[in-house]
Ligand binder design. Structure first.
Ligand SMILES: Nc1nc2c(c(=O)[nH]1)N[C@H]1C(S)=C(S)[C@@H](COP(=O)(O)O)O[C@H]1N2
Ligand SMILES: [Mo]
Length: 445
């Protein structure tokens, strides 16, 4: 499918003020944030046609009591003193040992050294977590999925987890990667200012997901041929940004993508989906930026009109000198490589060591990986190894005998379509889609 056409048409809708589920105030904030005001984004003389700010939250799923996430504290016995620390422990449920993760507020990045000697799939205990707020604990027995909207022929439908598990299942390798993965390198490597979580390269993971195809569920719910957009909504708390309640986390994608390869997953690496990764059910949108893969989904809206949320109007747009159209939306991930080591690692000098890493591209399997151990002066082909189910990423290795001193390692991948990693990523103020070759300083002694 052609995401470029989709993005262009949504940009035009947006500029023309054809937004729904998106407040005038958000639009003004966006105009102010990008510093263009009325020039690029028409000041809504159409303001009356746009919903009032309150309607942003009003777009939230009618969260039924049964669907409301219960806090761990709510499940605690009457005397909660002993249980209090479990609730206070933080926004992420699973342990975050420092040898596996770097924590940024409500988010945790996988340390690349923790992927060495792991298989193709990233184990749950080291899979990165990106939470806008906190992991909700949802009772799978009372949870249900609501599928509704103007893109259905009838009233819509509700599915319990048991209903979904009775439908034909599919198991697939899919990467989840944050759009801002590698963001800190805009600053560290290119000296540029960006805003957002200062991820290294560890906001990515590949898992084996099992679930039901979204197309199966949409057809059961009475999909109409007028449907154009699909928008899943999370049951986590509303996201408040700059004092503005943006409502629950949600983001639309086109019906073509929905019917192509989107999965509703209830298992991750052969285990029930863990709380931090979206239990009881999450969306997986292969090849797209992580935000498309909504966790803790409670409702899926199917619409006969284009849908908008702050996650495709305010965030996930490209603003910057390098972009001809200010505020271009985007959906697809790019190409990257990472060594399975932490920057600043040390090696024994004069001893042969095996460098390992992984490369991945949202546009197709990796064809070759070149590695430099001398700051880019010379390059060698890395040896690919291991099975590549789904062709999501490629593991590789290369032997190296370092001389004593400081070295800079680089890895550069090329995919089957010839797409490769540039020396410099195209700067955008929100720091998305960093695809340049990363310089990894190491020491031998
Ligand atoms: N409901 C909900 N879904 C969400 C998010 C969230 O905060 N809430 N974060 C999104 C973002 S930005 C990313 S990168 C991925 C991260 O998935 P993971 O935490 O399973 O690695 O989930 C996406 N889905
Ligand atoms: Mo993300």
């Amino acid at each position: 499918m052609n995401e470029g056409d989709y993005d262009d048409s949504r940009l035009r809708d947006f500029q023309a003020g054809h937004t729904r589920g998106f407040s005038r105030r958000d639009l003004l904030m966006l105009s102010a944030a990008i510093g263009v005001g009325a020039t690029a984004l028409p000041e809504p003389a159409t303001a009356t046609a746009l919903p009032e700010p309150a309607s942003t939250a009003g777009n939230a799923p009618a969260s039924t009591a049964a669907n409301a996430p219960t806090s761990p504290a709510a499940n605690a016995p009457a005397n909660t003193a002993a249980n209090a620390p479990a609730f206070a422990a933080g926004p992420i449920v699973k342990p975050l040992p420092p040898e596996l993760f770097t924590v940024f507020g409500t988010n945790a990045e996988t340390r690349w050294s923790a992927l060495k000697d792991q298989g193709y799939y990233v184990p749950i205990d080291r899979f990165f977590v990106r939470n806008h707020t906190s992991t909700p604990i949802i009772d799978p027995a009372t949870w249900s999925l609501e599928v509704s909207g103007s893109g259905l022929r009838g009233e819509g439908a509700q599915f319990s987890l048991r209903d979904l598990k009775r439908l034909p299942s599919e198991t697939r390798a899919v990467a989840v990667e944050c759009a801002g993965n590698g963001r800190s390198y805009y600053t560290r490597q290119q000296g540029q200012t960006v805003s957002g979580t200062a991820w290294g390269l560890g906001a990515v993971g590949v898992a084996r997901w099992r679930g039901v195809r979204l197309s199966t569920v949409l057809r059961r719910a009475g999909l109409s041929r007028h449907a154009v957009d699909v928008q899943p909504t999370g049951l986590d708390a509303n996201f408040v940004s700059g004092g503005v309640d943006l409502g629950p986390v949600r983001r639309p994608f086109p019906i073509r993508k929905a019917l192509d390869d989107v999965l509703l997953a209830y298992e991750m690496n052969d285990e029930p989906l863990p709380p931090d990764h979206g239990a009881p059910l999450r969306v997986l949108v292969p090849g797209w930026i992580g935000i498309a893969s909504i966790k803790w989904v409670g409702r899926i809206e199917v619409s006969a009109e284009p849908l908008f949320s702050p996650w495709n109007t305010q965030f996930y747009r490209l603003f910057g000198e390098g972009y001809p159209v200010d505020g271009l939306p985007f959906d697809r991930q790019v190409i990257k490589s990472a060594f399975e080591l932490d920057p600043g690692a040390t090696f024994p000098a004069g001893v042969r060591t095996r460098l390992t890493g992984r490369s991945w591209s949202a546009n197709g399997p990796i064809r070759k990986v070149e590695v430099s151990t001398d700051s880019g002066a010379s390059w060698r082909r890395a040896r690919p190894y291991g099975a590549t189910p789904g062709g999501v990423w490629q593991r590789w290795e290369l032997d190296w005998t370092p001389a004593a001193g400081e070295h800079v390692l680089l890895a550069r991948a090329t995919d089957v379509h010839g797409g490769t990693q540039p020396d410099t990523a195209r700067h955008n103020t929100l720091g998305y889609l960093f695809d340049a070759v990363v310089k990894v300083p190491v020491t031998a002694r």
